[in-house]
Design a protein around this ligand. Structure first.
Ligand SMILES: [Zn+2]
Length: 670
């Protein structure tokens, strides 16, 4: 019997300074959950760890902004984010938090261990100090222009634009936050971690990681080239874990060392709750454990460089086996950013869509190799065209067929008769395993859905409705096959859509004894068993643009807030009319503009339009077009324009909107 492989899977700790958003889901949370679910199906020994990161200046900033204490901020967002992740079906073994006593203790111990080994060294240095705030301006308490890329809102610790980590003193034109005063420079003594001394060790370690993603390797190698900088690991802050050394007791342990230790303390927290407090060591101190960190690219430096160096220095800990960092998920070309309030929170989206739909749509757009674009319509499109039309349709037609033709029972197989289709499903299993093992979940979700695509084809090509009349036994065999595939689909798709998977199992009225990765493509259902009633797995959704925002219910309301959609009453303010072009002429000295006289009922209006490159004046005469009749008049190159005509544009093509057939000019358009 092969021994189970031990895994620690982590998703990046979520800062408890705001509501978690889809950027987090795509960056680290969903990929971690998909992978953990896959490993559990394979029967591996996996613990899946996540939690709230609760120290650092980001929390203090949020507290100032919301007029709360830092403790109130972390309590609020830890609770909210934990709930949001549960609602989105994240299967953490624990969602811990940094303010837990066990974490403080672990961080202190980790720090002291390094301190006692004389790893740290003190540096007396200049720091920015705000007289108004009476404190040193660490990290996010100061903003200024990035010396590397020129971005004007770079934070003291990192530039969000170019991703480089910074020292507050490097900022050009620094300003204290939130007061905006210009800080002075003052001396303080901090302890430093000699990261530069770990360069060779880190490089050697990473050189062996041939299976790592190219973006992560490139990032690390780039860092080694520019050199690793020693890092200060104490800070003149109040909100944090006090340094457990008398001389520095007024300072806190910096989050770069404190936060990633959170993965270890969360594991301790898990096993304390399970009543075996020492068992965390079986994972973290066993060299054969595979530690896999899921995170967004802005976190690579912490997980691939700083934390491993700390673990090396502390000795005895397992190092990451892989760090499959994702790029960013963009919405309308902009990066999701909690600090900038860009993007949708998980709770906003959960008000509108089923968690499975959200998971599936995001999984289909995971920014695994490059930034990926995401649009709100993707939820509806994925629901309707894949989850409903392909998967839901397949499950439904098979169950309905069994219900009507086979008395709602699983029909018998023909003894000794092979199933070519189940063999195909087994091939899918191998393909999927390979994709999961290589962290290619975006392709995996496509391949998993392809099983349902092929299954629909198998059902169609087998024509069971015809076969039923000529060879009922053969027909039963085919339907048995199709039901077995329903079970396989429930397994293969469960990392992505766990609720729907559960519903399929319930419809099949079976237990989960065979609910294992290896059972994909196998015969898992017993003939003769009665099926449960079928339900519609994924009801069709109205597209966002079709949905009626007048209903005022919760869902359409938040959709409106999120999308900035137009209320029907706003749309009604635009008066559209049919107009007939009665004259058209070029405007002198203008390449683009034509001056049109348009008859709209009993009025004639002059409209100046930039369509000269696409239409000659002659071909426009007598055309019936659609105009905006109540536009505020304006002047274009000295010519009055009293309206606007509608036209469609695609790349270098432009076509004006005309009416289909003849209708009186002046007719209303709506
Ligand atoms: Zn920058």
């Amino acid at each position: 019997m092969s021994k189970k492989q031990k895994y620690i899977v982590t998703s990046a700790l979520t800062y408890a300074n705001g509501d978690t958003h889809l950027g987090h889901i795509a960056g680290s949370i969903l990929p971690g959950d998909i992978f953990a679910r896959y490993l559990r199906l394979k029967g591996e020994d996996v613990i899946y760890i996540c939690g709230s990161d609760e120290y650092g200046t980001a929390i203090e900033m949020a507290a100032i902004k919301e007029n709360l204490t830092p403790k109130e901020v972390i309590d609020k967002y830890h609770t909210a984010n934990k709930k949001a992740y549960e609602d989105l079906l994240m299967s953490f073994d624990i969602y811990s938090r940094a303010s837990n006593e066990i974490h403080k203790e672990t961080a202190r111990e980790f720090f002291l261990n390094l301190y006692n080994k004389n790893i740290f060294y003190p540096v007396t240095e200049n720091q920015l100090f705000s007289i108004t705030l009476d404190k040193f301006l660490a990290d996010r308490f100061v903003e200024g222009t990035c010396p590397i890329c020129g971005y004007e809102e770079a934070r003291g610790d990192q530039c969000e634009n170019c991703g480089n980590s910074l020292n507050p003193l490097e900022l050009i034109n620094p300003k204290a936050k939130p007061t905006g005063d210009t800080p002075i420079v003052k001396q303080t003594t901090n302890l430093y971690f000699p990261l530069s001394q770990f360069k060779d060790k880190l490089q050697y370690w990473i050189d062996g990681k041939n299976n790592w993603k190219q973006n992560v390797l490139n990032y690390c190698k780039g860092l080694y080239k520019t050199g690793l900088i020693d890092r200060s690991i104490t800070r003149d802050l109040k909100w944090g874990i006090p340094v457990p050394v008398e001389e520095y007791k007024d300072k806190v342990i910096y989050v770069w060392i404190e936060a990633p230790v959170g993965y270890i303390s969360a594991t301790k927290d898990l096993f304390i709750q399970k009543g075996s407090p020492d068992k965390w060591e079986d994972y973290w101190k066993d060299k054969n454990t595979k530690l896999v960190h899921f995170l967004g690219k802005d976190n690579i430096i912490f997980h691939a460089v700083i934390f491993p160096a700390m673990l090396m220095a502390n000795e005895g800990f397992v190092l990451p086996d892989n760090i499959p960092a994702n790029e960013f998920l963009n919405i309308n070309g902009g990066k999701f950013s909690k600090s900038k309030g860009v993007g949708w929170t998980v709770n906003e989206v959960l008000k509108i869509f089923d968690p499975d739909v959200i998971r599936y749509a995001i999984a289909s757009s995971l920014p695994e190799n490059k930034d990926s674009e995401f649009s709100f319509d993707d939820f509806t499109i994925k629901n309707n065209s894949e989850l409903s039309d392909i998967l839901g349709n397949y499950i439904n037609r098979v169950l309905v067929f069994a219900k009507t033709k086979f008395d709602n029972k699983i029909p018998d197989r023909i003894e000794g008769e092979e199933s070519l289709f189940l063999d195909t499903v087994k091939l899918y299993k191998d393909r999927l395993s390979n994709l999961f093992d290589n962290y290619k979940f975006r392709e995996a979700v496509v391949q998993a859905m392809n099983i349902a695509r092929d299954a629909n084809k198998y059902f169609n090509d087998s024509e069971p409705w015809k076969l039923y009349k000529t060879d009922k036994i053969k027909c039963g065999h085919i339907i048995n096959d199709c039901l077995q595939v329903c079970y396989s689909l429930a397994i293969a798709l469960s990392p992505f859509i766990p609720n729907a998977s559960e519903k399929i199992i319930n419809m099949l009225n079976t237990n989960r004894d065979n609910f294992k990765w290896d059972r994909i493509g196998e015969i898992n259902l017993e003939a003769g068993a009665t099926l449960n009633d079928n339900i519609i797995l994924f009801p069709k959704l109205e597209s966002v643009s079709e949905s009626n925002s007048e209903t005022g219910d919760d869902k359409s309301k938040s959709e409106e807030n999120i999308l900035n959609v137009l209320d029907i009453n706003d749309f009604k303010k635009i008066e559209l009319r049919v107009g007939k072009i009665i004259s058209a002429e070029k405007i002198e000295k203008s390449k683009k503009l034509l001056r049109l006289k348009v008859k709209i009922g009993d009025k004639t209006r002059q409209i100046v339009s930039g369509i000269s490159e696409y239409y000659s004046p002659e071909e426009l005469i007598n055309k019936k077009i659609v105009v905006v009749n109540n536009l505020k008049p304006s002047k274009l190159m000295g010519n009055l324009s009293e309206g606007m005509l509608l036209a469609a544009k695609f790349e270098n093509k432009l076509k004006i909107i005309t009416v289909d057939g003849d209708i009186e000019d002046g007719s209303e358009v709506n």
